[in-house]
Design a protein around this ligand. Structure first.
Ligand code: ATP
Ligand code: MG
Length: 136
């Protein structure tokens, strides 16, 4: 069993897609082990996306991610990181298969509604960053 960090981004929350997204993970068999609704600061998001700080889209990414509340979730289950990423689709929604979350619900790479950890190592870092109080 494994844990992954999934986050519904501000556009996903504003568009009312939180329930649909959670349902997909629950129906697949993943269990929620932590969840919160939070308005992230730019400083916090800069830590979350630290690996991307030199990318040209970084400032826009931080502004987008700070534009409203997000839903921070930890899902647990078999192969949660890799299967979670497959459920999201590709970074660019236009390259995401129909049936994936991004492939079904969005179009723009800069408004791609959901985040998922890309490795077990990132998942552990992200879970510690978003749930510093710890998870039981
Ligand atoms: P995330 O980390 O948000 O789950 P990802 O792992 O699929 O997405 P990353 O390379 O980590 O992709 O990029 C983080 C986010 O930065 C993307 O989800 C997207 O919102 C944004 N992004 C990535 N590439 C571009 C780009 N070329 N133009 C605009 N925004 C981009
Ligand atoms: Mg990423």
């Amino acid at each position: 069993t494994e844990r992954t960090y999934i986050m519904v981004k501000p556009d996903g929350v504003q568009r009312g897609l939180v329930g649909k997204i959670i349902t997909r993970f629950e129906e697949r068999g993943y269990k929620i082990v932590a969840l919160k609704f939070v308005q992230p600061t730019e400083e916090h998001l800069e830590k979350h996306y630290a690996d991307l700080r030199n990318k040209p889209f970084f400032p826009g990414l931080i502004k987008y991610m700070a534009s409203g509340p997000v839903v921070a979730i930890v899902f647990e289950g078999l192969d949660a990181v890799k299967t979670g990423r497959a459920m999201l689709g590709a970074t660019n929604p236009l390259a995401s298969p129909i049936g994936s979350i991004r492939g079904d619900f969005c179009l723009a790479v800069g408004r791609n509604i959901i985040h998922g950890s890309d490795s077990v190592e990132s998942a552990n870092k992200e879970i510690a960053l978003w749930f510093p109080e710890g998870i039981t």
